[in-house]
Design a protein around this ligand. Structure first.
Ligand SMILES: *[C@@H]1O[C@H](CO)[C@@H](O)[C@H](O)[C@H]1NC(C)=O
Ligand SMILES: *[C@@H]1O[C@H](CO)[C@@H](O)[C@H](O)[C@H]1NC(C)=O
Ligand SMILES: *[C@@H]1O[C@H](CO)[C@@H](O)[C@H](O)[C@H]1NC(C)=O
Ligand SMILES: *[C@@H]1O[C@H](CO)[C@@H](O)[C@H](O)[C@H]1NC(C)=O
Length: 479
């Protein structure tokens, strides 16, 4: 034929699959000698344009018919995730000395004794009353000021406050208690359901709020995650939350019966959220937080018991997004946020170690999905750097959701709680699931297969290691 075909192919950029095929056809007229020059000119023009477009911007709209944009970005993202995998190194952390912690939290250590009443199962002690006894003891409590429900509890308590005081060596004292156990995490993994079922055990007394977030946030004056710190909540304000339980324990002590009552709390940020350290220590301390939440809990309560409930981290992230996300929720929006966050995380790992990135508040704030929360093994190892393995019970939501009875029995044994009647056991396992996914979020359907694939690749080395640490293959979630 008389057609001239210029075929420009396989112009490749950094990305291996990024290829562009430009086909130019032109008619050649035998009588027109200019034509080939014109065609040559057009070819040159297109070539220059193409190389310009290719070198400047990946997401070009100009040649969309030839580009399947999503496949391209996914391939590039698989490389991002593979690059992360090469940088995953689990290193032991430096555990701070108690003397370092006391310097940081002088007040905390002055309020709490590190020895508790021997005849009481829950950690409690008598605190000498200072100051004006007739003043409302809860009037200045910052929890009461911020949360109406807690204020109402305090109003009830303050009425009987002076009657609760006991006298010892001529001094007035009150009974104070800390939690016997902590449900430390993770968000969207069933902590609310555990908490609500535990409440049904006759020896367990839980008072609102379920999640005081004191250790990880309020202690630094952070009211809501991600906000700047305001007035710091002192330990006394946290202890006030357990006064209703202290009152019951005091009553059983007066009745000469030994008290088996225990209390606990379930702030789902305790396990992982150390974002406040940036505000506290600035950037002068190097890449990693010099102390973590667990160091302080351990210093005060070396014998405490910790419960973590975890789930497939891929599902957790989507659930977290649906629950905490606001506008424009969709599977596509989730996919884009995951891609963006994976790139950020990889960027951090280029210059810093794994722990530095997992606890990097700036990075965590910048990522639009909370990728770091699913890196369970990093947190588990850091909790085990101060607590012994038998103080930490780790459960899976998948098992608990299938049948809550065995998981609740494990918790009761772990907390040395007495055996239950069959009827009570049935009541606990039959009670409805607390805090399930909202109906409006269920309508959004599952995440995209491509998102799942990327996240599975991302979380898999972490879950493999978690299964090793916990010596339980089910914690790989078959990722
Ligand atoms: C508790 O025991 C003490 C000494 O054993 C006794 O004096 C007291 O009356 C008892 N209190 C009650 C409420 O039974
Ligand atoms: C560290 O903090 C100082 C003063 O607070 C600030 O000027 C500096 O930019 C910070 N550096 C980084 C890397 O954030
Ligand atoms: C934390 O992340 C930010 C944003 O990604 C980065 O600029 C900073 O260098 C990181 N800091 C450390 C200690 O890795
Ligand atoms: C949601 O989408 C609308 C329209 O596309 C946009 O104007 C808005 O900024 C988006 N909101 C968020 C939080 O992304």
């Amino acid at each position: 034929s008389s057609d001239v075909m210029y075929f420009v192919s396989l112009m490749q950029t950094e990305s291996p699959d990024y290829e562009l095929i430009i086909i130019i056809t032109a008619h050649r007229s035998s009588s027109c000698i200019w034509c080939s020059k014109v065609c040559g000119f057009i070819f040159l023009l297109v070539f220059i344009m193409a190389s310009y477009v290719l070198s400047s911007e990946r997401k070009t709209q100009l040649f969309t018919p030839y580009l399947i944009e999503e496949d391209l970005s996914e391939d590039a993202l698989r490389d991002v995730v593979r690059s992360i995998a090469t940088k995953v190194k689990f290193r032991a952390r430096r555990v701070p000395d108690v003397s370092e912690l006391i310097i940081l939290e002088e007040h905390m250590f002055s309020v709490a004794p590190r020895r508790f009443l021997p005849d009481v199962k829950n950690p409690c002690w008598f605190e000498e009353l200072r100051g004006d006894v007739s003043a409302d003891p809860y009037g200045s409590n910052l929890f009461g000021r911020s949360f109406r429900q807690i204020q109402l509890i305090f109003e009830q308590l303050s009425g009987s406050f002076t009657q609760r005081l006991t006298r010892h060596d001529g001094r007035l004292q009150r009974l104070r208690c800390l939690p016997y156990f902590y449900i430390i995490g993770q968000p969207k993994c069933g902590t609310t359901d555990l908490y609500e079922r535990l409440r049904l055990h006759p020896d367990v007394r839980l008072t609102p709020p379920k999640e005081p977030h004191w250790w990880s946030r309020k202690r630094f004056g952070i009211i809501h995650s991600g906000e700047r710190p305001q007035t710091r909540f002192p330990l006394d304000h946290y202890l006030d939350l357990f006064d209703p339980v202290a009152l019951q324990i005091q009553q059983s002590l007066l009745g000469n019966s030994s008290s088996n009552i225990i209390t606990g709390e379930a702030s789902a940020s305790t396990m992982w959220d150390n974002d406040a350290w940036l505000y506290l220590y600035g950037n002068s301390t190097g890449a990693e937080p010099p102390s973590l939440v667990q160091d302080f809990i351990h210093a005060l309560q070396p014998d405490t018991r910790l419960i973590a409930i975890l789930r497939d981290p891929v599902e957790r992230l989507y659930s977290d997004y649906l629950y905490f996300g606001t506008a424009n929720k969709s599977a596509l929006d989730f996919h884009q946020k995951v891609c963006e966050s994976l790139r950020m995380f990889e960027g951090c790992l280029r210059d810093a170690g794994l722990r530095a990135c997992v606890y990097n508040s700036t990075l965590n704030k910048a990522m639009s999905v909370r990728l770091q929360v699913g890196l369970y093994v990093v947190f588990v190892l850091d909790w085990l750097s101060v607590f012994s393995r038998d103080q930490l019970l780790v459960l899976r939501l998948e098992d608990h959701a299938l049948n809550p009875r065995p998981s609740m029995s494990r918790i009761f044994r772990f907390l040395s709680l007495g055996a239950l009647s069959d009827q009570r056991q049935r009541q606990i396992s039959k009670s409805p699931v607390s805090n399930p996914r909202r109906a409006s979020d269920r309508d959004l359907g599952p995440m995209r297969p491509a998102t799942r694939e990327l996240l599975t690749l991302f979380y898999s080395p972490f879950s493999q290691r978690l299964a090793e640490v916990l010596q339980d293959e089910s914690f790989t979630w078959d990722l």
